[in-house]
Design a protein around this ligand. Sequence first.
Ligand code: SAM
Length: 466
Amino acid sequence: MIIVCAGVLLKSGQVLLARRGPGMRHAGKWEFPGGRVEPGEAPAAALARELREELGIEAVVGPETARSRHTYDFGEIELIAFLVPKFSGELKPVEHDALAWVEARRLLEYDLTPADVPIAEIVSTHRRRQRYKGTHPRSFPEKYKELAQDAEAIAKAKERGSTPAGTHIPVMLQEVLAALEPLAGAKVLDCTLGWGGHAEELARRVGPGGSVTGLDKDGEELEQAERRLKALGLTILARRSDYADAKEALAALGLGAVDALLADLGVSSMQLDRPERGMSFKLDGPLDMRMDRSRGKTAAEWLASASESEIRDALARFGDEPDAEAIAAKLAALAAEGRAPKTTGELATAVSLAKGLGAARFRKKDAFARHPAARAFQALRIAVNSERASLAKLLSDLPSLVKPGGRAVFITFHAGEEALVEKAFAEQAAAGQWRAPLEAARKVSPEEARENPRARSARLWRAVRR
Ligand SMILES: C[S@@+](CC[C@H](N)C(=O)[O-])C[C@H]1O[C@@H](n2cnc3c(N)ncnc32)[C@H](O)[C@@H]1O
């Protein structure tokens, strides 16, 4: 496999394409500038070197944007594309015979080299960041500039201890891959496909002899992940399903028990960052919170119909909320007046008032500061999606989903999930279904917690089937 790097040079919503000059393979076709990664060279460093040699510029190489694979007559290449938000120097092409700044959405109108097409498909969805009037942003996309892949805003968000909006970074990826090995030729079930971050690497590892099946309850996320992975040349069997029904989902695909099973619990960054999903206290939107928006009660409907004791129990059980009583009383009183919260903003305000904090906007002082409504939002999301019941069912079916010698990995994010996974693994190991002794849960590394603050509370649990 030949590794090649490419730069997505971005300037005011336009991307630089370079035309391959006479004498070059694919002469006349357009590409993102870049070149071969030499053995032992890091792809980002190779790109900086290539841009210096090929275009005479000093580039700031940003985050990886996309990857593609293509088989040419001389062999298979993997193309790794990085965002280049800034460069200095004047563009002077050495090997290319033309350069063009192209609006991102029009990239696919150019005659591109085959390996560059999947990269262009992803980059062409880029929208220019909107500038806002005045000193304060008014809407979510204005406020969360990171959503528009603004590399500087992404770096700033990381500095202040936040996960950049609109990005999903697969949690404990290297640990997951190591815990599920051996993967070559394996049949894998990813119970929580999400953005497909874990599935992407799993699909690369299993190779042609293996398969990756990805489930998600959220049809909207599932479709996007399927499209994204397809553009990378990776095939997965994606199926909309609650993981509680994993057994039926595998049977419907003509599959039985698997060699490796992954469940990365909870909510994805993509769901949290879309205001219309109503999952985040950061963004004002309708109070929905359903993973599957085609069925069930929204969080607003749940709150309007639940009794005070049901709300209190949910807050205490699913959010470990110390002020469950006061918040339940406030929410029940609002519902009795026909004023139950209908938006995330209204819920966040009601919770803050019940805690005696006033309705003022919360300001995150450091990476450890927690919004006063964070626990209530988590509890409500768990209640609305019956998350505990689904997890309990998946755990009880687990031994029948994994082949002898196969591995199961769970990533949990809070005490309630940890307790369920730990208990099920221990009981099933005592019954001789998993190899004993079980390994202790692993915590996220300090480096990863710094890079991806949303992963801070993650714990990885693994069991090997007997
Ligand atoms: C933390 S994300 C997974 C992210 C994924 N591992 C990645 O790297 O992109 C969790 C996903 O699980 C899905 N999910 C939550 N509860 C589910 C359930 N009961 N059945 C199936 N999927 C569920 C959510 O819709 C979300 O997309």
